[in-house]
Design a protein around this ligand. Structure first.
Ligand code: URA
Length: 217
């Protein structure tokens, strides 16, 4: 079976900055240590935060410099929320928060029911006033899309202003699944890999992101 290639478009933002691509290549290598992997993920997350926040609303405010009064621009509205899909999503949080330190953080925990293969929620904790906030969901790998779809579905119940999805890697199958379920959610990714294998891993990928971040197996 051939897998369709997916081009970046207004719903799939491919972050192909040289620094992002360089760091991602180092992370993919199987001999990268846990420490190296985590450090690179942190650096990459900062660069991705920069892209995903590019269209944040701004307001003009009056300030006084040491020399005179002027107007200058600041980010407007309620604080952004980063929602981490446990556990690998937590690997992206630190980098994102170092660029947007005032952001709020939510967590969603989901596991795959071995019988039905559907995502079952075991944890959900969000900041208040979600209907006034923009949400950025973070998870390093958008593979089958099942967790992403379930997380978006659950978050939509809270009626937020907007939802974006950020991952390091995805594949045509993951993009198609998330977009079929939630066409209004843009995806930000550093790479669109070839395909998903029969175990739900992305090829060529980087392996199990959670294990590589936390040094587990
Ligand atoms: N989750 C991972 O950690 N890696 C994959 O390749 C797919 C899903």
């Amino acid at each position: 079976m051939t897998t369709p290639t997916v081009q970046a478009n207004d719903k799939v933002h491919l972050i192909d900055h040289p620094l992002v691509q360089h760091k991602l290549t180092l992370m993919r290598r199987k001999d990268a240590s846990t420490n190296t992997f985590r450090t690179l993920l942190n650096e990459l997350s900062m660069l991705m935060a920069y892209e995903v926040t590019r269209d944040m609303p701004m307001q003009e405010i009056e300030i006084e410099t040491p020399l005179e009064k002027t107007t200058s621009r600041m980010i407007d509205g309620k604080k952004l929320v980063f929602v981490s899909i446990l556990r690998a999503g937590n690997g992206i949080l630190e980098g994102m928060l170092s660029v947007v330190p005032g952001a709020r953080v939510g967590h969603v925990g989901l596991y795959r029911d071995p019988k039905t293969l559907t995502a079952v929620e075991y944890y959900f904790k969000m900041p208040h006033d979600m209907q006034e906030r923009d949400i950025v969901i973070v998870d390093p790998m958008l593979a089958t899309g099942n967790s992403a779809i379930a997380a978006v579905e659950r978050l939509k119940e809270l009626n937020p202003k907007s939802i974006k999805f950020v991952c390091l890697l995805t594949c045509p199958e993951g993009i198609a699944a998330l977009h079929n379920a939630h066409p209004d959610v843009p995806i930000y990714t550093a790479a669109i890999d070839r395909q998903l294998n029969e175990h739900g891993y992305i090829l060529p990928g980087l392996g199990d992101a959670g294990d590589r971040i936390f040094g587990t197996k």
